[in-house]
Design a protein around this ligand. Structure first.
Ligand SMILES: Nc1ncnc2c1ncn2[C@@H]1O[C@H](COP(=O)(O)OP(=O)(O)OP(=O)(O)O)[C@@H](O)[C@H]1O
Length: 228
């Protein structure tokens, strides 16, 4: 299993009496493309932060790629995340004054899986396959279009050849045309690289791209709804 959650309970330290997650059991197998939907505030980002080892549960076991994240120190979890998990964020989180190559290089800096020359080669391959013309690779990303920035964010998420890709509302800043081309590109890229994909969004129209669709409120048994 790529993800295995058992008896998870989580609440934020400053809101101990407000449980956010209560997940008895949930898993994802290698190669699955899973879409989890839920309204704003019902714990999607909290779940993703737990799967990537940024947050630990108060109870239960988080197992990713056969590694119990609970057993790792925070430093080990950071390394594990850099080596194994790609992340595409809602607001891209690119550094605006750095160019495409520098933004991608930064992600590779935290992982030891590739040498410097392998990183250069892989960056060229990814940017080319994601349709970013070479003439744009050295421009500050803030001067590129939103669609191009989004594609650079995919390249950055894939540079360390992750086995698991996590996407948190990555289409929220895109118009319909850019959204559809982003989704088509994302799905063909994960398919080609045999990457397991977990994608969360409130936008149900995106579910058509996935072979597994779940509602967070069904897998999360938390008693009172946090959704706003
Ligand atoms: N650091 C925090 N401290 C305390 N409460 C938090 C913290 N982060 C999130 N929450 C609360 O936890 C609940 C779930 O938040 P979360 O961000 O996981 O939801 P979400 O489904 O991702 O929402 P959105 O779609 O709006 O991003 C919300 O009620 C939120 O207010």
């Amino acid at each position: 299993m790529v993800i295995q959650l058992s008896n998870i309970r989580f609440s934020y330290p400053n809101h101990k009496d407000t449980p956010i997650l209560n997940i008895p059991s949930w898993s994802m197998a290698e190669g699955e493309h899973c879409f989890i939907h839920g309204p704003s505030g019902n714990g999607k980002s909290t779940l993703l932060n737990m799967l990537s080892g940024i947050l630990l549960p108060n109870e239960g076991v988080v197992c990713v790629l056969d590694q119990h994240l609970n057993n790792l120190t925070s430093r080990q979890r950071n390394k594990f995340r850099a080596d194994n998990i790609g992340y595409v964020f809602q607001q891209f989180n690119l550094i605006p004054y750095l160019d495409a190559l520098e933004n991608i290089q930064l992600a590779s800096y935290f992982s030891s899986s590739l040498t410097k020359s392998e990183v250069s080669e892989e960056m060229s391959t990814l940017l080319t396959s994601l349709n970013i013309p070479e003439s744009d690779w050295n421009k500050p990303v803030r001067t590129l279009s939103i669609g191009q920035q989004q594609r650079i964010a995919i390249a950055r998420a894939l540079i360390n050849t992750p086995k698991l890709l996590i996407a948190d509302e990555p289409t929220s800043a895109l118009d319909n045309i850019n959204r559809d081309s982003f989704m088509t590109l994302l799905m063909s890229t994960v398919e080609k690289n045999n990457i397991t994909l977990l994608f969360v969004s409130h936008d149900m129209s995106l579910s058509q791209y996935f072979n597994r669709v779940e509602s967070l409120s069904e897998l999360n048994q938390v008693e009172c709804s946090n959704a706003s």
